[in-house]
Design a protein around this ligand. Structure first.
Ligand SMILES: NC(=O)c1ccc[n+]([C@@H]2O[C@H](COP(=O)([O-])OP(=O)(O)OC[C@H]3O[C@@H](n4cnc5c(N)ncnc54)[C@H](O)[C@@H]3O)[C@@H](O)[C@H]2O)c1
Length: 331
């Protein structure tokens, strides 16, 4: 019998999770959504029979697992209620907007032996996976520098950005918590945790909101020097992560679904491409990975501890940007 998986919040990303879990053919799906019009529309569109107006109703008959796809300030309180009902969890990014309840959640997950993963979906990208494996096996020597250059025109992808969680930092809004968190998590996955950072950010362009839409950050991942730049208003949609090592450079280009490398000056880039990859494919891979975790005890794609480190880094970036001061990140 396939596990019963509840999708909580069927807005933009929750609908994608519903569609992508359905594509695995490995789950019995139900939804929980407070917005009645949206709830009914999505239930009809995907032919979902078990539909709940809130978490209380859903927990009357707890599922085996849940995907928390509500705004970020709700993730930890919801996760704690679900773990108390013995439910396994896939939690959307960012883990939270504060540290409140995070340590208790970690303790409760361990006590109840629940499977938890945090949905940092870049970890499912085959090009980033291949580049990470190459770095880890020492193909280019010791990493010394990471340079991330990212941007996209957010209003094109989320026309409703003014009316959703994005408009307020307290609900997970702004470039740091919304978008940079993905890149920081990917950087941490490639070259290890951030130990200190300094950040500068501002609201520069996006109409109708005052959260930061542009950010620059310098960091140290132990000895590896890093810089991250990102904005949410440029026309080009690009995610470029370069890792310069002692014996070569490798580069992930998310928007081109490829990674590439060069080990000798004045030679052509060599590359591996995944041209046919669609955005849903990453989420289907993520759903399979989570179900493998549940059914076969496979390791989580992103642990609670790793996501909690990313949260620490994002919150330190917000704090640093207030005083333009370096922040140490405790291990
Ligand atoms: N991994 C990714 O690529 C990605 C992309 C977009 C969003 N996200 C993350 O996913 C989360 C949700 O983002 P979104 O863009 O889908 O937002 P959204 O506003 O489109 O959807 C959130 C949904 O949650 C519902 N909701 C709110 N409170 C609820 C409650 N108590 N019970 C049930 N439903 C409730 C809302 O009605 C809404 O439909 C955020 O944390 C965001 O950062 C991740």
């Amino acid at each position: 019998m396939n596990p019963r998986v509840l999708i909580i919040g069927v807005g933009s990303i929750g609908e994608r999770h519903l569609r992508c879990f359905a594509a695995t053919g490995r789950a019995q799906l139900s939804i929980c959504e407070v917005n009645s019009e949206l709830r009914e529309r999505i239930a009809r569109r995907y032919d979902v029979e078990s539909v709940y107006p809130d978490l209380d109703a859903a927990l009357e008959d707890p599922p085996d697992a849940a995907v928390i796809a509500t705004p970020a300030h709700l993730h930890v309180p919801m996760a704690r209620r679900l773990v108390a009902a013995d439910v396994h969890l896939l939690i959307e990014k960012p883990l939270s907007t504060t540290f409140e309840g995070v340590a208790s959640l970690q303790k409760e997950v361990a006590q109840r032996k629940r499977h938890v993963s945090v949905a940092y979906v870049y970890r499912q990208h085959p090009a980033l996976q291949a580049m990470r494996a190459a770095i880890a096996e020492g193909r280019f020597g010791r990493p010394v520098q990471l340079v991330a250059v990212c941007g996209q025109h957010f209003p094109t992808y989320r026309p409703a950005y003014r009316d959703i969680y994005y408009a307020n930092r307290q609900t997970g809004g702004g470039a740091i918590q919304d978008a940079l968190t993905h890149i920081l998590n990917a950087g941490q996955w490639l070259i290890g945790p951030v130990r200190r950072l300094v950040a500068d950010c501002d609201h520069c362009v996006l109409p109708g909101v005052d959260v930061e839409d542009t950010v620059h950050l310098l960091a140290r991942h132990d000895s590896v020097m890093a810089s991250y730049s990102l904005n949410q208003h440029q026309a080009p949609n690009e995610v470029v992560l370069s890792v310069h090592c002692e014996q070569g450079t490798c580069r992930f280009e998310g928007h081109r679904h490829r990674w590439m490398w060069m080990t000798q000056p004045d030679t052509p880039w060599q590359s591996e491409s995944f041209d046919t990859l669609q955005r849903d494919d990453l989420f289907v891979r993520q759903a399979h990975a989570f179900l493998d975790q549940l059914e076969q005890g496979a390791p989580p794609a992103c642990t609670l501890e790793e996501a909690s480190h990313t949260l620490r880094v994002a919150l330190a970036a917000l704090e640093s940007s207030e005083g333009r001061r370096w922040k140490e990140i405790s291990p």
